[in-house]
Design a binder for this molecule. Structure first.
Ligand SMILES: NC(=O)c1ccc[n+]([C@@H]2O[C@H](COP(=O)([O-])OP(=O)(O)OC[C@H]3O[C@@H](n4cnc5c(N)ncnc54)[C@H](O)[C@@H]3O)[C@@H](O)[C@H]2O)c1
Length: 328
C-alpha cells in the first residue's frame, strides 16, 4: 500500500519546531558524508515563464529516500490563482526502493525552506535579535518568519511587498498566527536599517534593498532567487557578509546573488565562508562577534525535502492520516 498525503494532511501533521530539527539533522548528515544528493536537474519552461526541477536525495541516518518534482511559475498568483511554487514528493523505502508515500509537496517545500533558514538563524543571528524584516509577502515569507520566531525571541516584524495589499494581508495573518506585532512597511530602506534579522523571500530579479543601509550585526536569510541572472541581494551585502550557503556547488550553479558579484570580480569563490552543514556539524565556527553581517543564501536542497517528507510520513502513519491505495 502507498500512503497518499495531500497538502492539507501535511499542514495537519507538520510543525515548524519538528521541521527545524529534521532539517538540522539533514544538514549534519550532508556535512558528515552520510547523505547522498546530486545537484538538481532543472529546465526553464521559458515560453511560459516557468521552471521545473527534479531533486532526489538519500539520508542514510534518517532512513529517508525521496525525490521531488518542483515547479516555479511566478505569474501563477496573479494570473491563475495558483501558488508560484508547487511540488510533488515520492518517498521510497531505502531497503527495497518500494514507494511508501506520495506527498503533495507545496506546504512541505515552504516548511523545509523556512526550516533551513531557522537552522541558519539559530547558528548565525545575534542572540539579542528582536526585530525581523521580511521582503516579499508570499508563501515562503510566512514560513521564514515562523521559523525565525521559533529560534529567537522575536518581538515584532516589518513586511514589505511591491504589492501593498499582499503586505497588509501578511501582517494581519501573521500577527494573529505568531502573536507578535507585524507591520506592513512601505520603505525597503527602513526595513534594512532597522531590523536585526532579514528574510528575503520575493520573486524579485533585482536587489530588494541597498546593502549600505544594513545595520551592523544583522543576519540575512535570502531564499528567493534561484537562477544565475537574478538576485535579491546587491554586491555590497554580499561583499560585507560572512557568507554561508546551503551547498557550494548548487550556489555556484544557481544563486545569482553570488554568481553576479563573482563574475564582476567583486568577490572570489573563497568568499563563501561555509556550507550550513559545516556549521551545524561544528566544522566551522558560526557567528564570531556581534558586529558581523551574516548571510545565509539558499537555493533549496533535496535533503531538506527528504527530511521533512519523511517526518510528515511518520507522523501521518502515527495519526492514521492520509489515504492508502493499492499501487503495485
Ligand atoms: N531557497 C529555497 O529553498 C526556495 C524554496 C521555495 C521557493 N523559493 C523561491 O522563493 C521565491 C518566493 O517564493 P513564494 O512561493 O513565496 O512566491 P510568492 O509568489 O508566493 O511570493 C513572492 C512575493 O514577492 C513579491 N515581490 C516581488 N518583487 C518584490 C520586491 N522587489 N520586493 C518585495 N516583494 C517583492 C511578490 O509580489 C510576491 O508577493 C521564489 O523565487 C521561489 O522560487 C526558494
Amino acid at each position: 500500500m502507498v500512503l497518499m498525503l495531500s497538502k492539507k494532511d501535511a499542514e495537519t501533521v507538520l510543525t515548524m519546531k519538528e521541521s527545524i530539527v529534521a532539517v538540522e539533522e539533514a544538514f549534519r548528515e550532508l556535512a558528515s558524508g552520510t547523505a547522498l544528493m546530486p545537484t538538481r536537474v532543472a529546465l526553464s519552461v521559458s515560453d511560459k515563464k516557468g521552471w521545473m526541477g527534479a531533486m532526489p536525495a538519500y539520508l542514510s541516518r534518517a532512513g529517508a529516500l525521496a525525490a521531488k518534482i518542483v515547479t516555479a511559475y511566478e505569474n501563477n498568483p496573479s494570473k491563475h490563482k495558483l501558488p508560484t511554487v508547487m511540488a510533488l514528493i515520492v518517498l521510497n523505502d531505502p531497503e527495497t526502493g518500494k514507494t511508501e508515500a506520495v506527498l503533495e509537496g507545496t506546504h512541505i517545500t515552504a516548511m523545509r525552506t523556512g526550516a533551513a533558514s531557522g537552522v541558519a538563524t539559530k547558528y548565525l543571528a545575534r542572540q539579542d535579535s528582536r526585530v525581523v524584516g521580511v521582503f516579499g509577502a508570499g508563501t515562503q515569507a510566512r514560513t521564514q518568519l515562523e521559523a525565525i520566531k521559533q529560534v529567537r525571541n522575536v518581538q515584532s516584524a516589518l513586511i514589505y511587498d511591491i504589492i501593498p495589499e499582499r503586505a497588509k494581508r501578511f501582517s494581519e495573518e501573521m500577527d494573529r498566527k505568531l502573536g507578535i506585532v507585524v507591520h506592513a512597511e512601505a520603505s525597503p530602506a527602513r526595513i534594512a536599517g532597522m531590523c536585526d534579522i532579514i528574510a528575503t523571500a520575493s520573486t524579485s530579479r533585482t536587489p530588494v534593498f541597498d546593502g549600505g543601509t544594513l545595520k551592523k550585526g544583522v543576519h540575512v536569510n535570502a531564499v528567493g532567487s534561484y537562477a544565475p541572472d537574478t538576485r535579491e541581494l546587491d554586491d555590497l551585502t554580499i561583499v560585507r557578509s560572512k557568507l554561508v550557503v546551503d551547498s557550494r556547488q548548487a550556489a555556484l550553479q544557481e544563486a545569482g546573488d553570488i554568481i553576479i558579484p563573482l563574475k564582476a570580480g567583486m568577490i572570489a569563490q573563497d568568499h563563501i565562508y561555509a556550507e550550513l552543514g559545516e556549521i551545524v556539524a561544528g566544522l566551522k565556527p558560526a557567528r564570531e562577534n556581534d558586529d558581523e553581517v551574516t548571510v545565509f543564501k539558499s537555493v533549496g536542497l533535496g535533503i531538506q525535502d527528504a527530511a521533512v517528507a519523511n517526518l510528515a510520513y511518520k507522523k501521518a502513519r502515527e495519526k492514521g492520516i492520509g489515504q492508502e491505495i493499492e499501487f503495485l
